[in-house]
Design a protein around this ligand. Structure first.
Ligand code: GDP
Length: 457
């Protein structure tokens, strides 16, 4: 598929020229507009009314609109395929960072035949042109989104090929194994089957994968943050607590029970650890359809969260509604948090360890203690054990499947079956590795990955 697309691309005009403002919206010292594709050089040369000249060399000039008016004084640079980010002909224009200036430059490109790039389309083209594999594409997104030193480091390592290299090494080894097996099939009795060698190779891969898998959660937690869900019956103070934790007002605080119907997310850093925190719909038994959907989501959120804050109301004490919720979350990593302690004192012990926390989301009382408790629960997730360069669920899922195929192969081999019986398992493992790297991909998969990118990347 990649080969096919590469051939199409060699034809030059088969692809659109895309353009986007690469800098964030708003006012800044410099704004960057970038374009990629067969017409990028031509369009820019028309706009600046001079040659781009040598590739990768910055030039200075005026940028004109179609009526001959100067939009701005700019610097610009051209890149020739394949020596560019996307692997195609590309140009970048550095203008003054006003909202109108960048917008007008963008519009000129569009008037002259480019189209607006979709989210992540530059990186998508880099992938399709074989400049990067999917793990590296994910790493680029992670660099942009990195919120902690550790996540940045992991992402840079992967952009430099850490995980891709390890995965490719396994891939190469499996291809070797497969060809050893195929030789024995083709030449039958004339060739001695290196059975032990094959078993050893597969065992090595399994060993490597099991270590990767054992520590994968850590890399994912560092990259995406530790998830924290706030659950509790309606009106217990979930939104108030979320706002407290977020400092900024992301959730609507109201007096009517059942109004936080969707899951509201925010991100916070407590003592250097990055958390994705969600305020869920108040969980209670209900006949209301919309509320039911919210509650189902809340339950799902709670069951997937790394840490759950189970909020209880000190003015009502432990009620039937709380019991209903406790039943749902009892197996999760939850902390029982008594809220509204400024106006109530009806407590009972709810935590497994009897270590309930007492706060007032309104006044902020007890918040430090709560944060300490959260950190205590979160720390093992990102600090224990070896560092793994598996950084997304997608990577983890593919590696798990590869592992299962190879385990199956080993089982057949130790059961004394002929060596060639495992070639199907190895082929399956290889095809899964191809999906992981992106040698084998579907448009849906790419849409999924690149939808999270910003326009212009
Ligand atoms: P939610 O439905 O669980 O999200 O609850 P809200 O955050 O919307 O809070 C419900 C009501 O309880 C609001 O009127 C809040 O001001 C109030 N409330 C929340 N936390 C506290 C608290 O710690 N003390 C007091 N006195 N009131 C609180």
């Amino acid at each position: 598929r990649v080969e096919e697309l590469k051939m199409l691309e060699n034809d030059g005009n088969t692809r659109d020229t895309i353009v986007a403002i690469a800098t964030p919206p708003g006012v800044g010292a410099i704004g960057i507009v970038r374009a990629s594709g067969p017409h990028s050089w031509r369009i820019l040369e028309e706009c600046v009314r001079k040659d781009i000249g040598t590739e990768r060399k910055v030039r200075y000039g005026n940028f004109y609109d179609s009526d001959g008016n100067i939009i701005d004084e700019v610097l610009f640079v051209g890149f020739k395929a394949p020596r560019s980010y996307t692997g195609e002909d590309m140009v970048e224009v550095y203008c003054h960072g006003g909202i109108l200036v960048t917008q007008k430059i963008l519009e000129e490109f569009i008037k002259k035949g480019a189209r607006l790039a979709r989210n992540g389309e530059f990186t998508r083209r880099a992938f399709l042109n074989g400049k990067i594999d999917l793990i590296k594409a994910e790493a680029i997104l992670q660099i942009i989104e990195a919120k902690s030193e550790e996540s940045l480091k992991l992402a840079i390592d992967n952009l430099k090929g850490k995980l891709s290299g390890e995965v490719s090494a396994i891939r190469k080894m499996l291809i070797d194994v497969l060809s050893k097996i195929e030789v024995t099939i083709d030449y039958g009795d004339d060739i001695e089957i290196p059975r032990e060698e094959i078993v050893r190779d597969i065992e090595n891969a399994v060993q490597f994968l099991s270590e990767k898998l054992a520590h994968a959660d850590k890399g994912i937690h560092i990259t995406t943050g530790v998830t924290l869900a706030i659950v509790g019956k309606p009106n217990v103070g979930k939104s108030t607590l979320l706002n407290r934790l977020l400092v900024e007002d992301r959730a609507i605080v109201t007096d009517i029970p059942g109004t936080t119907r969707d899951v509201i997310k925010g991100e916070i850093k407590i003592r250097g650890i990055h958390f994705v925190i969600s305020d869920t719909a108040g969980i209670r038994e209900t006949e209301d359809v919309v509320e039911k959907i919210g509650i189902e989501r809340a339950i799902r959120e709670a069951s997937q969260a790394d840490v759950v804050l189970f909020l209880l109301d000190a003015t009502t004490g432990f009620t039937k509604e709380d019991e209903y919720i406790l039943n749902i979350i009892k197996d999760s990593n939850f902390i029982a948090v008594w809220n509204k302690t400024d106006i109530g004192n009806k407590f009972s012990k709810v935590s497994k360890d009897g270590d309930d926390v007492y706060i007032s989301a309104s006044t902020g009382k007890g918040l430090r203690t709560l944060e300490n408790k959260i950190i205590e629960r979160a720390r093992p997730l990102i600090e224990d054990g070896q560092l793994s360069h598996v950084t997304t669920r997608r990577q983890l899922e593919h590696l798990k499947i590869v592992y299962q195929h190879l385990k199956k192969a080993l089982k057949s081999l130790s059961g004394g079956y002929p060596v060639d019986i495992v070639s199907i398992d190895i082929q399956n493992a290889l095809s899964e590795l191809d999906k992981l790297l992106g040698t084998n991909f579907t448009d849906d998969l790419l849409d999924n990955i690149f939808a999270n990118f910003c326009v212009g990347k």
